[in-house]
Design a protein around this ligand. Structure first.
Ligand SMILES: [Fe+2]
Ligand SMILES: [Fe+2]
Length: 247
């Protein structure tokens, strides 16, 4: 029987061996800005090596049939902000759909792409949740820039700090705001912004498992696992699972 330490060492060794065997390159989107994407990519020396087409040995391995919670635990960054937002929505008596929306609203900033994170996250989630949830997730990004006194929502102080006092949302955001205002799910998106905590409290512990039942009732977890269910957005989940495949 191997001890835990021996098992960890064996896993390290296997990962090191895999690293020797493969060339691992970054997608353009990961480096665009740091480098000019028009320049030829700087590929590492690939002599005698294969190009990675599966699991990245530097990452914890995902189960064969990954669930939403597996992504939270193995691929998304710290989720305390989303957990505390979901807890706040619960405390404020929001519906289960709004609580779920709060729990997953920033999965793109923490696990995929930051720019237009509401749109990306909504798209990832579309096959698995009610359209009210994806509307809230998509438009929370937009509505955060626009006050609504009826809900006690002010322009965030944190945005003045982050973007400067002169920042003006892009015209596409103005248009999206107008659209959302007239939409039947406006309130869902607005409630998400109201419960979207600007700063989290490091002393408040919230566990993902507190939301197991809500997720079970409102998130259609595919039996094949996220990424392997052939849904229109399965490829997005696969890319998060295996982010450095060559193709
Ligand atoms: Fe957000
Ligand atoms: Fe947020």
């Amino acid at each position: 029987m191997l001890t835990t330490l021996e098992r960890a060492e064996a896993a390290d060794h296997a990962a090191a061996q895999a690293m020797d065997r493969y060339v691992i390159v970054k997608s353009t989107i990961y480096t665009s800005g740091e480098r000019d994407p028009r320049k030829p990519p700087e590929h590492p020396d690939s002599k005698g090596k294969l190009h990675l087409m599966h699991h990245d040995p530097r990452l914890p391995r995902m189960p064969d049939k990954p669930t939403l919670f597996d992504f939270f635990k193995l691929r998304f960054g710290p989720s305390i902000h989303m957990l505390q937002s979901a807890r706040l929505a619960q405390k404020n008596g929001c519906s289960e759909k709004i609580i779920l929306a709060c729990l997953i609203h920033d999965i793109s900033t923490g696990g995929f792409v930051r720019a237009d994170h509401g749109y990306w996250a909504a798209q990832m989630l579309e096959p698995y949740v009610d359209e009210e949830v994806t509307f809230a997730v998509r438009y929370h990004q937009v509505l955060r820039f626009y006050p609504d006194e009826a809900y006690g929502y002010k322009y965030p102080d944190s945005y003045i700090r982050l973007f400067g006092p002169d920042y003006k949302p892009e015209p596409y955001l103005d248009r999206a705001h107008e659209h959302a205002r007239k939409h039947k799910y406006y309130e869902a998106a607005r409630l998400l912004t109201v419960n979207d905590l600007y700063s989290f409290d490091p002393n408040v512990q919230v566990e993902l498992e507190e939301f197991t039942d809500i997720v079970g009732r409102h998130f259609k977890q595919p039996k094949e696992g996220l990424g392997f269910d052939d849904s229109p957005t399965a490829h997005m989940w696969r890319t998060i699972n295996w982010p450095t495949r060559y193709l």
